[in-house]
Each structure stands twice: as C-alpha cells, then as structure tokens.
Design a protein around this ligand. Structure first.
Ligand code: PMP
Length: 424
C-alpha cells in the first residue's frame, strides 16, 4: 500500500517538541527513534511543569494553605483525567506509582504475597520485560508459587494453543505485556483475559508499550490490573500508574508504609487509609503526576487512532526497507501483528557498535542491547539487538535516514575486501 498523507499526522505537530526541532547530532537534525525507551515531551507538558512550579506548588494532601489546596486539586484532577482516559469506573482505581516497574512490584508484593500459596501458578510469557519477570520470580521464591511461561510461535507471537494448555485451575495470575518492547508484537490481551477469567485467574497487563499508542478501555477489556509509565507517553519520568479493580485493591494490604497511607497510627500499629491513598505512601511525584494530565490532553487532541495509523504507516515503510537488506534479521512478526517498533540483528556486527556509528555519523538515535528482555534474546539465539521505535513526531524521511545509515554502516563493517571505509 503506497504511503499517502492521509496515513500521516501533520508535520506541524513537530514544532510542539522543542528537543526534536532544536537538536543537532552529527551536524544534522536529530532523528529520534528510541521512543520505546522514553518519548520526548511537547511544549504543553513542559509549560505545565513550569507553571505549577511557578504558581501552584506545595506538598499535596497536607496543608490547609492555598498552595497546598491548589496542588492537591491539580494532582487529583490528573488522577480523574487518567481514569477517564483509561475508561476506569472510578478515580480511586488509579494509583500513582514511580512507573510500570513500581506498579508491577506493587501487585507482586501486595497481592502476590497475600494470595499465593505453594503450588499456585503464575503464568507469564517468554517475551516479557524484566519488570514483568523478576517481581514474579521474587514472589514465587517467597511463596512457593510456580512460574510458567507461554512460548512463542516461529514468527514471534504468543503461542495461544500452548497458553491454553498451560492455563489451569492452578493458575492464579496471568502477567502479560500488551505489546512486546522487543518484538513489537501486539498480544491478544482481550482473549487472554477471557480465558484466564474462565479458570478463575486474574490478569495483570503490562501496558507500558500500548497505553501511549493504542486506545485502552480497562472496563471493556476487563483487566484486573494494568500498569504503564508517564515517560513513554509524552509525560515526565518518575511517575506511572497502576490501574486495579476497586474490590481487588480494597482487599490488598498496603505495599509501602509511611505518611499519607494511614488513617491512624498508634505506637503498636496502624489502620490504612482508603483508596487510592493506601498505596501512595510518602510524598508522591507531585508535578510529574500533574503533568500527566497535559500528556493525556495532548494525546487526546491528536487522537490515538490517528497516532496508531501514523505509526503503522512508518512501521510498514521501515519493515519493507529493512527486509531488503541482506544479512539483517528482523525480530518479530509481520507488520499487521506489530506496533510501531522494529528490532533487528546482524550476524557479524554487534548491536552496540552499530548503534554507536549510526548515532555518531548519521544523528540517528536507536536503542541497542537486550532491551531488558534477556531471556527472549537468549531464546532467539542472540545477545543483543538494535531497536528503532516510532512515535507521532517521526517522519518518512527519518526512516530513509535510518535505512541509508544502516546500509552504509553495514558496508563499513563488511569483511576485508568488501569494506568501503573503516568506522572512526
Ligand atoms: N514493560 C515494558 C513492556 C517496557 O517496555 C518497559 C520500559 N522499557 C517497562 C515494563 C518498564 O518501564 P519503566 O522503566 O518505566 O518502569
């Protein structure tokens, strides 16, 4: 399908992103293709952060003075906005955490340590980020629960028939990424939730790579828990969200103890606060949480459907071009099963060296390494890969720069005789 402007977002939105338009790398405008690691922020988010620090900042839920009231109101309004954005029934189902990692650890420690017994099973997948593996390994060690992993099909999708076989009455929780941060695979989360619920298991969705890119409706999905990060959706780092069904969160003990999470403290004990305060001990990430509301406003003003269309057009373009490069192995499925990222590997060139030259000589920023999916890389028989990930401000010309850079860098690394120039 030829790429036309109707698939793409207007170029004018790039001017909302100062870093994209200001920064030169290798003497050329920056091509930022590392959005799966962290995105950039639009002026609207940066301006809100400045405005809050200049006019509205104080600690929340503490003072009765004007500034504290104002910052508390902004903080709670951000929570309300996120609840609406996710289609949640109540704002008290939205817990501010430090990020996806914080959200998953909260569930593992609070729900997991309370509910899991020896022999119970936690079902996750081989494509998970370490954030959705290690907390379950830790909780399994503590409780005697058993961790099982859904394997992949040859083209890098979840093997759903293996999933069905692994699922049983022993399964208490399924923890799965909605989109793989390495393969780009969009997983059939709705189907997974329906099947898990049929055996009485809960489902935690690691939505770090989907909430910023695809419309999410937690009620329609019937997700029990859903985790994501602010910094991957145009917001600040240091803040993330755990959505949880109210009756589940209500029944869970607080994860961290300290200020704000209590109703009453005696020398010999405490009673926890109601939701959501119960899970927000200490001073929260006040301004980052408030700034999430500007990020949500921005995403909604552009429209998630339009963002997805744009990313899909870029992904198809990149996939077609990368498929033509001899010796380059694309990880993961065909474009119709993936979100806006492509990881690839070469036989003889290490991803780190490759990405370094791509940055230094072409100004193209990509991620190189194991992307916090070491078990997946091992399974694929490689130790590292290079990942290009797209967002709403990327343009087709940038894909051309990536592909041109790859071809030239590959030639530089070619064996003696076929080599054009040595990398500096
Ligand atoms: N899960 C997935 C799928 C991710 O892509 C990431 C970030 N790379 C995380 C979890 C962890 O997110 P954070 O570092 O923001 O906690």
């Amino acid at each position: 399908m030829p790429l036309t402007n109707k698939h793409l977002l207007p170029e004018s939105l790039r001017s909302d992103f100062p870093i994209i338009t200001n920064d030169l790398v290798a003497g050329r405008p920056l091509v930022f293709l590392d959005n799966a690691a962290s995105t950039q922020r639009p002026r609207q988010v940066i301006e809100l952060i400045t405005r809050v620090y200049e006019h509205d900042y104080a600690n929340v839920h503490r003072g009765i003075h004007t500034l504290s009231e104002r910052s508390t109101e902004l903080y709670e309004q951000a929570r309300e906005k996120i609840a609406v954005f996710l289609g949640a029934a109540h704002a008290r189902e939205i817990i501010f955490t430090q990020g996806t990692t914080g959200s998953i650890n909260l569930v593992a420690r609070s729900w997991g340590e309370t509910n899991l017994r020896p022999g119970d099973e936690i079902l996750t997948t081989v494509m998970e980020h370490h954030s959705n593996l290690v907390p379950w390994q830790q909780v399994a060690t503590k409780t005697g629960a058993i961790l099982r992993h859904v394997p992949l099909t040859d083209d890098g999708r979840l093997d759903m028939s293996a999933f069905q076989k692994l699922l049983s009455e022993r399964t208490k929780l399924v923890a799965v990424a909605s989109v793989s941060n390495t393969l780009g695979t969009i997983n059939p989360v709705a189907e997974i939730i329906t099947q898990a619920h049929a055996v009485g298991a809960l489902v935690l969705v690691d939505a770090a790579q989907s909430v910023p890119h695809l419309a999410t409706d937690v009620v329609k999905l019937d997700a029990d828990f859903l985790a994501f990060s602010g910094h991957k959706m145009l917001g600040p780092s240091g803040v993330g969200v755990l959505y949880g069904k109210e009756q589940l969160l209500d029944a869970m003990p607080p994860f961290l103890g300290g200020g704000s999470m209590i109703n009453e403290v005696r020398l010999d004990g405490f009673t926890p606060a109601e939701l959501p305060a119960k899970f927000e001990a200490g001073t929260p990430p006040i301004v980052p949480a408030i700034a999430m509301s500007a990020a949500v406003d921005y995403l909604q003003s552009v429209g998630l459907a339009a963002i997805h269309r744009h990313e899909m057009a870029l992904t198809q373009l990149a996939y077609d071009a990368l498929s033509q490069i001899e010796g380059l192995r694309i990880l993961g499925p065909a474009p119709e099963h993936r979100a806006g990222l492509i990881s690839f590997a070469f036989e003889r060139i290490h991803a780190h060296e490759f990405a370094q030259v791509l940055n230094d000589q072409f100004g193209v920023a990509v991620r190189a390494g194991h992307h916090c999916t070491q078990p997946l890389h091992k399974l694929l028989g490689i130790s590292a890969s290079t990942r290009a990930s797209f967002y709403l401000y990327n343009r087709p010309e940038e894909i051309d720069r990536l592909v041109e850079g790859i071809r030239i860098v590959q030639a530089m690394f070619a064996p003696q005789g076929r080599r054009r120039t040595r990398p500096q």
